[in-house]
Write a protein that binds this ligand. Structure first.
Ligand SMILES: [Zn+2]
Length: 302
């Protein structure tokens, strides 16, 4: 039987200010309460006008470095995943997100400031309910040696493995249940990470201008540039944060056992599309076909 969950919004509006990771400039993000059924909707302010960009898989336009949504034209908002991981953890289904720049502020590189901000605004449970997604069959997406699998489960769990060509990030893996407490304590505070050589290359191109040790874990050739980490395995935890934030674009609570190896935004969004393409109307656990599609960029390019 499908258990219904109450929709939620925030009790009062809040303002969060930070800098854009790429622009390095101040960004103001305002969250407002919304009626049941609104969903999560960004309004991008451009001078006196504003552009509406709903958070939905149909609006995802780029997954190369971060997850970016757009209006189909030139208007885009990037790096939505850290905010969405916090929104999802707190069960917020309906909220207006006003922003005055094309990237969500990076804050401290994690989801913790968003989580704290939303908690301070208060959570309002709405009368209306929403059906969580519980898949009936395993689903997966593959790209070479990278993969992301979702197995049926009554709870949300993850097994994540990263394997970078770096002495500290070879075979880092983490398995955990992901309830609200565990997400907020063990996953949301994990900061984004990058390699010093990549940061230098990006900054030479005018990107990552806001990136610093205040908002990222930075890896040198054989160690960390930061004095300390929040967790010994902070990087794999951040990958889990990204995964939850990306799957939150589906706009519904979800349950399942996620198994990821070397995945990232592109596979996360592919899995979300795979799941949603097989969700039929109100019967969320019944699929049109038992055949599981296999996604591969290389296959698709052939
Ligand atoms: Zn991230």
């Amino acid at each position: 039987m499908i258990q219904q969950i109450h929709r939620k919004t925030i009790k009062s509006s809040i303002t969060l200010k930070g800098i854009g990771l790429h622009s390095g400039k101040t960004v103001t993000l305002r969250l407002h309460p919304a009626e049941a059924g609104t969903g999560l909707i960004f309004f991008l302010y451009k001078g006196l006008s504003k552009v509406r960009i709903p958070v939905s898989l149909d609006h995802v336009v780029d997954t190369s470095n971060a997850t970016t949504i757009g209006d189909g034209g030139s208007n885009r908002i990037q790096t939505i995943e850290h905010l969405l991981a916090a929104v999802h953890t707190l069960g917020i289904t309906d909220c207006i997100l006003e922003i005055d720049a094309v990237e969500v502020p990076i804050m401290d590189g994690s989801s913790a400031p968003f989580w704290e901000g939303i908690r301070s605004a208060g959570i309002q449970e709405l009368e209306e309910t929403i059906e969580p997604i519980r898949i009936a069959n395993p689903m997966w997406v593959v790209d070479g040696d990278k993969y992301l699998v979702m197995l049926p489960s009554d709870e949300l769990k993850v097994t994540y493995n990263i394997d970078f060509n770096h002495p500290l990030l070879r075979g880092q893996s983490y398995t955990t249940t992901l309830n609200e407490n565990i997400l907020s304590e063990d996953i949301l505070p994990a900061r984004t990470f990058g390699f010093l050589k990549d940061v230098e290359a990006l900054q030479a191109r005018g990107l990552a201008m806001g990136g610093s040790l205040d908002n990222a874990v930075v890896l040198t050739d054989d160690g960390y540039l930061n004095e300390s980490l929040r967790y010994e395995n902070e990087c794999v935890r951040h990958k889990i944060l990204d995964l939850i934030g990306d799957l939150a674009v589906m706009g519904r609570p979800f349950y399942g056992h996620l198994i990821a190896s070397k995945a990232g935004h592109a596979l996360d969004i592919s899995l979300a599309k795979c799941i949603m393409s097989q969700v039929t109307g109100d019967e969320l656990t019944k699929f049109k076909s038992k055949r599981v599609p296999l996604f591969s960029k290389k296959e698709a390019a052939r």
